[in-house]
Every structure is written in structure tokens, then in C-alpha cells.
Design a protein around this ligand. Sequence first.
Ligand SMILES: [Zn+2]
Length: 446
Amino acid sequence: LKPPRLGRWLAAFPWAVLALTIHACAAPEPPPRNVLFILVDTLRADHLPLYGYGRDTSPNLQVFARGASFFSDVRSQASCTFPSVNSIWTSRSPGTFEGQAGGAMGLPAAVPGIADLLAGHGFHTVAISASPIVRKNPSRFNPGGGFARGFETFDENCLWHKADCVSDRALSWLHPDPRPLFLYLHYIDPHGPYAPPATYTHRFALHPTDKDFIRRGDPNPIANWVYKGAPNPGITAADIGYLKDLYDDDIAFFDSQLQRILTQLQANGMAKDTLVVFAADHGEEFLEHGGVKHCHTLFETAIRVPLLFRVPGTPARKIDGAVQNLDILPTILDYLKIVPSPQLEGHSLRALIDGSAPTSPRYQWSAQGSLRSVADGHFKLILDTATKRVSLYDLVTDPGETRDVLTAKRADFIRLRDALAQWRHRHEGSGGDEAEKKLRSLGYLD
Ligand SMILES: [Zn+2]
């Protein structure tokens, strides 16, 4: 059809104009071209204003959230970096990664990770990791490395460095390129020791106590007391308060460096076709339940994490249904139109993000050492498989998990207990306890 004839034809049939318009509106969005995955190690959801915190620790994340889908009820699969990050990258339970030969922490050969999958679909895959665990090469904390498979570049120059290092190096990769980019950034600012850079002006840690290790933001003397039988170093509420102040300043410093990444993404036009994921691998404890640091419990302090997706062309939305870090990979693959393996344990959150389906009730699973937990957005059951001790918490009326309601809420207890037993059977078989014994014998779970 030549244009004049098409024009006459459309004028004669106005319904055709309408039909063409409807068709254009209904045309599916093209898949995002790039993926930027920002993971903040040790970031507790409840220390972000987005999750109700009274302090403004993350003003730039707040602005980012205005254009993103924000999940309010998210659990990580473990309270340790390994295997929480492994679970995020592969959408498999922690049991998949425990008990590897020689205590290896990296991705097992038979389990594809996100970088493998995206590299196989033509993505230029780059990681910048400040973590001593999420490594290509061996480190003191991860003697086997093993996280670099699928990445063309795995940059370890920022090991233990603060967010300015990760953001500096990330900016050099964030530019339009003929190849789609998968950029994974692993920040560790809120991980102990809690110590923002000397150049940073404290916003929250303003009243140090008289102990040197507290002023340095070092929780290890407390950990030695709690977990290793060392004498109590005379810890006061003010000491813990100051550590939390420093932790908040670490979050605020990270947030200032997040802004540099988001600004460049806008400035160079990549924001319009880049899927941005914001996640954390676990939280941190400050004696709320008698412990410090992480890797020790499955309380909310340790496993309740933030999760946001910014999908180009999709309006911002707050989503309250129970989801988990296992869902991150299936969601990314869904948006990229990559068919997921049936072995992925998580579910795509795309319909929730797009607003095309309501939340369906799901369980959130976590495992750490001998502990297992299952939550459903209202109740949470924690089982210690070593002592067989079980507790049930009502997260709605008691988010601090201070009252065991196992006896009062018998029906919910039985429902979650049976669900957990089935999950353990499916994902741990009879080998679950053996894997734990092995890790314990290697000293990893102390
Ligand atoms: Zn971690």
C-alpha cells in the first residue's frame, strides 16, 4: 500500500485506526537489554526507611524505589554469604551447596549460575565483588574461590573495600555497547567491621563509648564472648547502640555511592532498557536474640532482606506478598525471555511486578547450620534439627520474635511443621543432617 491509499483506507474505516491503536498499546514491551544486579552484603531490611526504619539511612534508595517494584516481605535462604549468594544466583536451596568436596563454597559444576545462563544468551558478563567469600580466587575466608564461572570479567580489586571502590570500577563498565551487559555489583559496607571511610562525616555514630573495639566498629570481641567462651568484655547498651549507629552510617555511605551508579545509568540513556535488581544476602544481629554478626540464627534480624526490581516501562508498585531470594533468578530470566530450567526452586515475580496477577500464598524457606525455617507472611516456624527444638512466631503481632506461640497457634504450627517436613524431604533427603555434620566437622558452622 502506498501512503495516500493507506490514508484513504484508514479514513474510510475508522475502526481500523482504533484496532491498530489497541494493537500498538497491547504490544508487549521488548525485553530489557541489560541487567544491573546490585547486592549489598549484610543489609537488614529494617534498617532502611523503605522498610519502616525511623532513620533516613538511604535517601537515594528511596528515590530509586519511586520508580521500582518494592517487595515488603522477603527472606533470604540462609544467614551466611555462602550459601545465600549461591541460592540467589542459582535459585536452589542451600542444601545444594553444602557438603561439597573439600568444603568448597563456589558453584558446583552441575548447577548453572546466573552468569552462565546470561553468558549463554550473548550477555557480556562482569562482576565486581568486595566480598571475601564471593570470589574467583582463593581467599582466607573462601579457600576455593569458585564464584567466577560464567563471568568474562570477575574484578576482585575491591576486596574488603568500601562502596566508593565498587562504584568507581562499575562506572567504567556502565556505558552503551553493542553487546547487552550483565553487571553484578557486590558491596559489603554494612558487613563488620562497621567503619565508614575516614573521609565520610558520620550522620548517626556521634557518641562513641570508651571501648576501642567499639569505636572501631569491631563486633568480634562480643562474638568471642557469645560463641567462644571468652569473658564478657563489659558490653553495655550504649556499646551496642554505637555499633548500630556505625552500621547505619555504613548503609548511608553505600547509599551515597549507589547514587553515582543510578545517575550514570540515567545520564547515558541505559536506564530505559536496563533491568535493575537490588537485593541483600542476609541481615545482621546486635544481641536482639543473644547473638551478633550473622550465620548464627534464622531470626528476622538475620534473614529479612530488601528486594526491589526496576523494570523499564513498568510503574512503581509496593508488593506485600511473601517472596524469597530464590525468586530473583526466575524473575530475571522471565523478563529476558529465557526459558528457565524446571530445577529452579523459585517463582517468577513478573506478574506481581507487572500488576497482572495478585499475590498467591507461598512459603519462604531458610536454612543455616542445623536450623531450618519456614514463613508464610504471617507465621514463622524455626526448627533446630540438632536439638529438635521448635518455635513459632506471629510476625504480624510480634515482628521482634519475642514470644513463642507454638501452643496457642496449634493449627498454624502443624501446617508449617508439615510443610517444612515435605520441603526437607524434597531438598535435603536423608542427607541433610549428614551435610550439616560435615560442615560442622570442618569448623564452618561455629
Ligand atoms: Zn554476606
